[in-house]
Ligand binder design. Structure first.
Ligand SMILES: NC(=O)C1=CN([C@@H]2O[C@H](COP(=O)(O)OP(=O)(O)OC[C@H]3O[C@@H](n4cnc5c(N)ncnc54)[C@H](O)[C@@H]3O)[C@@H](O)[C@H]2O)[C@@H](O)CC1
Ligand SMILES: Nc1ncnc2c1ncn2[C@@H]1O[C@H](COP(=O)(O)OP(=O)(O)O)[C@@H](O)[C@H]1O
Ligand SMILES: [K+]
Length: 525
């Protein structure tokens, strides 16, 4: 498990460590680790020149000491002091160390063009403008220097890419775009969250001796080695019922294939037994594709409701299936709700529930539930109608604003949290980075899949895996995050760099789980 800690937790751990250590020791360790990484990249790329961008805080201090080490190792090193106050504004002892090591010092203040030329010559750029003390965004003078970086230069962000929000809550277009980030002590939330992950690049954590083992993380990411500890492996006393029976209400005459994808992936994930509830066409397909599934209602330990469900269909078979979907949602059993099933969610959920929207589905659900919570009409009519009567005009003023998919994409975590607050459910928000948010738990953030996974039906496969894990007794938080991780890793293996189709991902789940479990058995304890 990768754990990222909040800025407050990091500052507290740093203070505790500093109290036990000589002054400057943490910064010295940070700088040495940073210099080692930079030296390795210079060796990899046959680079010779290093430029450090130096801001006003300790992030600049780390960078000055690191550049001093690199100069002592024989690299051609320069620093550009970014603050308007020049030398007065930067870490004095770090600057003295750099100068003593022969580092060229340039002040951007009053000489912006000359400073930009220095930056443009660098093979490796160390971004020490701001770290965990930074506010989101770059000031214009800093942004101009960052723009001057050569496209072929290797950019190493010190602690975090300057301009990002350290907490990863706010997205920021105006930030350093790093090839790599060298962080200290523990990852920060921004490194793992959609708002900062792309600008972070490859992440290396330098151990500087701060202790956060007992400090609750803000964000977590499951890794391959977590599978052996979390995956439900049957014991000799188990039978198919004790392992967990999953009921699937999915597929319709309009979208029959979703039923095949969801039941196939649940079977591939090793569920004890599957029950399937659907209309005639998907029932026929499931019989053929997943002969182990039992058709019809019955006792189960968890439900998947919604992939390919057509909530607009009105024939008697569809109505029977929708009744089963509503009954599953009204039962006290754990449930995964996806796609069409999301339209049946009414508000607070008092039973273990995983909602698995993509950005557009989350936007629609939030719009509807927030309108309902405020006692207004379904907010599909959230926009004011032309020429309203006085009463209509008053009620439209009170309606909550419609949430769009673009709103969600601009702040994925914030919107996922809003749905958690409204429903009490675990919310899994799909995307290149999939977020799993549960009240009272660290956010789980998984980024295991290639973009090829953005293909129709991939979400149906995900719901089957999560359903199998819920039926086996995992918590919604673990089932959702472990399911997302295995789904993503499977997609990566099956893709191998090329196109993917959803059914191939479903068929890849079994060998992926087998290999991840074997890895756990062979890992040193
Ligand atoms: N406290 C410690 O002992 C350690 C601190 N470390 C380093 O110290 C950093 C934190 O240092 P600080 O608390 O001094 O803070 P920072 O160096 O991250 O930034 C604070 C300075 O940046 C300026 N600033 C803030 N937002 C800005 C923006 N958007 N554009 C331009 N300037 C901006 C502020 O005015 C302030 O002067 C960490 O990220 C890490 O690199 C490491 O050396 C490890 C040990
Ligand atoms: N750019 C991306 N990179 C990696 N995975 C992605 C990307 N975009 C979407 N995904 C994943 O692809 C799957 C798509 O699911 P979904 O949108 O529900 O499709 P469908 O409804 O057709 O089944 C999700 O697991 C999502 O996390
Ligand atoms: K930085």
């Amino acid at each position: 498990m990768i754990r990222a800690h909040s800025v407050e937790s990091v500052r507290a751990a740093e203070a505790a460590a500093m109290a036990q250590l000589p002054e400057g020791e943490l910064m010295s360790r940070a700088a040495l680790g940073l210099a080692e990484v930079a030296a390795a990249r210079l060796a990899d790329t046959d680079g010779t020149t290093v430029v450090g961008l130096i801001g006003a805080g300790d992030n600049g201090g780390d960078t000055l000491y690191a550049v001093a080490h690199l100069a002592e190792s024989g690299f051609a090193c320069a620093v550009v002091l970014v603050p308007a106050s020049g030398r007065e504004g930067v870490h004095a002892a770090g600057l003295a160390a750099a100068e003593a090591a022969g580092v060229m010092v340039h002040e951007a203040a009053g000489a912006a063009a000359a400073a930009a030329e220095v930056v443009a010559e660098a093979d490796v750029v160390l971004d020490g403008i701001v770290g965990i003390g930074g506010r989101p965004g770059l000031r214009p003078d800093a942004a101009r220097l960052v723009d001057a970086v050569d496209d072929d230069a290797w950019v190493i962000a010190v602690d975090l890419a300057s301009g990002l929000d350290p907490a990863g809550e706010e997205g920021e277009d105006d930030a350093v775009w790093a090839n790599e980030t060298v962080t200290f002590g523990t990852p920060k939330p921004v490194h793992l969250l959609p708002a900062g992950e792309a600008a972070t690049g490859r992440l290396t954590v330098v151990d500087i001796g701060i202790d956060v083992d007992d400090v609750p993380p803000a964000v977590e990411r499951l890794t391959w080695d977590d599978v052996a500890g979390l995956w439900p492996v049957p014991g000799s006393g188990d039978d198919k019922y004790s392992r967990g029976v999953l009921g699937v209400v999915a597929g319709s005459e309009a979208y029959p294939g979703a039923a095949v994808l969801t039941t196939t992936s649940a079977a591939e994930a090793g569920v004890g037994m599957l029950r399937y509830v659907g209309t005639p066409t998907p029932v026929g397909l499931v019989h053929q594709a997943v002969p182990e599934a039992v058709v019809g209602d019955g006792r189960v330990q968890a439900w998947v409701v919604g992939p390919g469900l057509d909530t607009d269909a009105d024939d008697s078979d569809a109505r029977t299936q929708l009744d089963a979907a509503r009954a599953a949602l009204a039962s006290d059993l754990p449930v995964v709700v996806d796609a069409g099933g999301l339209a049946l969610v009414e508000g607070r959920r008092d039973v273990p529930t995983v909602l698995t929207p993509h950005a557009g589905e989350l936007a629609r659900l939030l719009t509807r539930l927030e309108a309902a919570a405020q006692g207004t009409d379904d907010a599909t009519s959230a926009a004011p109608e032309p020429g309203p009567s006085t009463d209509d005009a008053r009620s439209s003023v009170n309606r909550p604003a419609e949430v769009t998919a673009d709103d969600v994409k601009a702040d994925r975590l914030g919107h996922a949290r809003r749905l958690v607050a409204l429903t009490g459910a675990t919310v899994l928000l799909k995307g290149a980075t999939t977020l799993v948010v549960t009240d009272g738990e660290p956010v789980r953030s998984q980024a295991d899949a290639p973009p090829w996974l953005a293909t129709a039906g991939a979400g149906d496969v995900l719901s089957g895996v999560i359903g199998a894990l819920l039926a086996a007794g995992l918590t919604p938080h673990d089932a959702a995050s472990l399911g997302a991780m295995v789904h993503g890793v499977t997609a990566d293996r099956v893709s191998g760099g090329g196109p993917l189709r959803a059914l191939a991902v479903a068929h890849g789940i079994r060998p992926t789980v087998r290999d991840l479990l074997a890895r756990g058995r062979s890992a040193p304890s």
